[in-house]
Write a protein that binds this ligand. Structure first.
Ligand code: NI
Length: 254
């Protein structure tokens, strides 16, 4: 059985067929999904979805793209939301210096504050890092994120960075890009990360794996990502799936 450790099933693109998408995932052997919020409204949505569907766990938090919208009182709302029993982490949070949709200073501040909140609540964190590797590591260290650990989602750094993250107690999660032909770095990471520290995800509706690129992504496609990683490591899909699922259950405690 497989787990999609990071998807956005609340996205508009799933508005009409959420339930069928989850059913199709089950047919692909994906029995559990983790749905991740990226701002306050989406965090409210994923918590509501957890009441509607079984085998669905959630993460609440604010993405660096949306950091500029966050108000002081929103931290309290997030804290309240995190009391819901299916909430297993805070995120996705982090830095995105590729698209820079919020000013960098604000991204950093909102990232730090959410790590502080996660430490207070004793919940792991889900980190988004795009073109900000050095600064993400600095903030994780300065804010003592190793106290709670978590996941570096859709990991795009080098094997050396992955090593540093693992030393801080962070799992490495790989998504669709590992299936792309030119993806040398994620493929090296897929081969080298110890099996006990690897997770697999879709980040759907984004990052559709090969050979389905160009279509909407959905949680069932995590199987294609897992097959690629298993092939790169020279192990069976079953062996990889068992390890990745156990890792996901360990970090999110379910
Ligand atoms: Ni995401």
């Amino acid at each position: 059985m497989l787990i999609d450790s990071h998807c956005h099933l609340n996205d508009r693109q799933f508005q009409r067929d959420q339930r069928q998408v989850l059913e199709r995932a089950r047919q692909q052997g994906v029995d559990t999904v983790v749905c991740v919020g990226y701002d306050l409204p989406s965090s409210v949505e994923v918590v509501a979805m957890a009441e509607k569907y079984e085998n669905l766990y959630v993460v609440v938090g604010v993405h660096p793209h949306d950091a500029k919208e966050l108000k002081e009182k929103d931290y309290q709302t997030l804290e309240k939301l995190a009391e819901s029993p299916r909430v297993r982490a805070i995120g996705e949070m982090g830095l995105d210096y590729y698209r820079d949709l919020s000013p960098r200073k604000i991204q950093q501040e909102v990232f730090r504050r959410q790590i502080q909140l996660a430490r207070k609540l004793k919940l792991p964190i889900v980190v988004h890092d795009r073109d900000a590797h050095g600064e993400v590591m600095t903030i994780l260290r300065e804010e003592k994120a190793s106290e709670v650990g978590g996941v570096l989602h859709c990991f795009s750094g080098s094997w050396e960075m992955a090593r540093e993250c693992i030393d801080l107690g962070f799992y490495i999660s790989l998504a669709g890009p590992v299936t792309y032909n030119n993806a040398k770095r994620p493929q090296e990471v897929a081969r080298k990360v110890p099996l006990d520290w690897l997770l697999v995800e879709t980040d759907s509706p984004y990052l559709t794996p090969e050979p389905l690129r160009g279509r909407r992504n959905e949680p069932g496609n995590v199987r294609l990502v897992a097959e690629k990683i298993a092939a790169l490591r020279g192990i069976s899909l079953e062996e990889f799936a068992a390890a990745a699922s156990a890792n996901t259950r360990r970090v999110f405690r379910f």
